[in-house]
Design a protein. Structure first.
Length: 256
């Protein structure tokens, strides 16, 4: 008799416990799913914001290039460019590149070297990922020298390495078209080579919102004279330490 009366009670207790346990389990699973969904949405939003900042940074670095070229030959003139770097960092590095310029006329040559800084925005590939080893010039090209004033002095390179992707700005020389002048009865050919160097006081990095101000500190001119036979050419070469790039003038008159 006791067995008969206890069996319904056990059965009743199971029915009473089971739904409560099931409900708790289902509720806990629902909470976990909501947390995962919220985290995913947050990560997606962060990636979107980081990618948008990278796109804006490309425009800002290009604007700095325009600002430098605009003030380069106007001593003490300046321009400011607004920059936002919340997901990345803007780095200013002094004397990062060693630029060598060589002039050769016939068998004679002379060379001179300059140190110049670089401006670089970097961010993690969590926000923008073009693939390891990716390289693209969005201003200029790989050549270390240009031969027309209409070409950009600047080189803006997007490059991805390991876990980082960067936008780097530096400047290269320009060998202008030749011009001829009569000096004391002798026709002399002049070749103008224009060089922009970035002088940065200290290595530094910046985050947040700020203005990048560029100022033309000085404009200096140096003359290199060669005596040559008419019809010879001048070869202007430049290198940032690795590959050399050259530009050859049209045939010269009696001097250069």
């Amino acid at each position: 008799m006791k067995l008969k009366t206890s069996s319904p009670a056990m059965s009743k207790n199971k029915k009473a416990v089971s739904p409560a346990i099931s409900t708790v389990i289902i509720t806990s699973i629902t909470i976990v799913l909501v947390l995962v969904a919220s985290t995913y949405a947050y990560q997606t939003l962060e990636r979107s914001r980081g990618a948008a900042e990278f796109s804006t940074a490309k425009k800002s670095v290009t604007a700095i290039d325009d600002a430098v070229e605009n003030i380069a030959w106007k001593q003490q003139s300046s321009r400011s460019t607004h920059f936002v770097a919340n997901y990345g960092t803007l780095e200013l590095t002094p004397n990062a590149l060693n630029l060598t310029v060589k002039v050769q006329v016939g068998a004679n040559s002379q060379s001179t070297s300059f140190y110049t800084g670089i401006i670089k925005y970097s961010t993690k590939i969590d926000y923008v990922n073009y693939g390891n080893g990716y390289k693209e010039y969005i201003v200029g090209d790989e050549k270390a020298i240009v031969s027309r004033s209409s070409d950009s002095f600047g080189q803006v390179l997007i490059e991805q390495q390991s876990d980082w992707i960067g936008i780097q700005l530096n400047f290269r020389p320009c060998a202008m078209e030749t011009r001829e002048e009569n000096v004391n009865g002798t026709t002399v050919t002049y070749v103008d080579v224009w060089i922009i160097t970035l002088e940065i006081a200290n290595r530094s990095s910046y985050k947040g919102e700020f203005d990048v101000t560029t100022r033309c500190k000085s404009v200096n001119a140096t003359s290199i004279q060669f005596n040559t036979l008419e019809g010879a050419t001048a070869v202007i070469s430049a290198s940032f330490g690795e590959k050399w790039y050259s530009w050859t003038t049209p045939p010269l008159k009696s001097g250069v």
